[in-house]
Design a protein. Sequence first.
Length: 401
Amino acid sequence: MPIAYLFDAVRTPRGRGKETGSLYTVRPVDLLAQSLAALRDRNALPTAEVDDVVVGCVTQAGDQGACIARFAALAAGYDIDAPGVTLNRFCGSGLQAINDAAAMVASGYYDLVVAGGVESMSRVKMGSDGGAIWDPRIQWEVGSVPQGVSADLLATLRGITRDDVDRFALESQRRAVDAIEHHRFDRSIVPVVDENGLTILARDEYPRPDSTLEGLAKLSPSFEMMGRQFGLDALTRGRYPQVERIEHIHHAGNSSGIVDGAAAQIVATRDKGQALGLRPRAMVRAVSVVGTDPILMLAGPMPATQRALKKAGMEVGDIDLFEVNEAFAAVPLAFMQELGVPHDKVNVNGGAIALGHPLGATGAMLMSTLLDELEARDLSTGLVTLCIGGGMGIATIVERV
């Protein structure tokens, strides 16, 4: 059976997901098209050889509707023979795109796939596609709460305090700023340009280097009113009766940022890559996706990681670096607590609290960050994992070649 290899990865900088953000004027199809074009150009990739373009995008409405993968590929000048498909596994979509590409390559059905993700959260507001996740009736029937309430529940169950999440958030900011200043993201980042080729954004603009622990401590919990006054805290007691009171500790400063961004990667067999003059950077060792309790929906990275490790025949200590999406600070803190992973192996260049979380693109961005850092440190194995709305988790293990 063929092995799926990762050959190259690019991403845009993350722009603040507001009308005042640098990427607000860039349509999401163009944001993705620039990533696809950059991936092609720096690898001299003959796009007629691309079996599919698989792209994660969560809010597939408005500017992001109508199979953005296909039209971004066309806008990027890909050969018309290169098809496209857009998928949605909520926050795991970008990594799911890579995993789907790897599965098709490893099956032998495809030889080369371009995978990635896109989300323009400034132009297409989160939740504007509607659906069951926003339906109060469904929430009460299946037992589901907004993610912020779930994050606070996870922290309460794990004994994670407000001081814990604020200190983690501050460290995320410190690490991200240090990574930017020392150019650790430069290999993957491709600047976003306008129609005249002038640079719009060349580096991540969401980090807040002036963050302090005192400043974070002054922020009010974002989900306390939602949980207590709207009865959502009470909904959780049917599943977790041991929790008499949820401690609401998450706020804008220790939760992931709303941003715009896109990413793309080449996934192929070794033979196909070599035939095209490409050098493999890593092989995909294992992938996994799991369902978890939709009330405690953010605990998915733990079982997803354990399943991926089992499939790879590995132990958690075999992994050199982890990228655990910082949807909320309690998620990586709970991950490290349960699996016994030291913080110096997790999100070493910061995470979504500092850099932002462009929903459909984040998983692919985390993979590019992981590949770059494994090479920079001359390490071997890495794992990317994300929690997912509705109660799911996803993980991918890669090994440098």
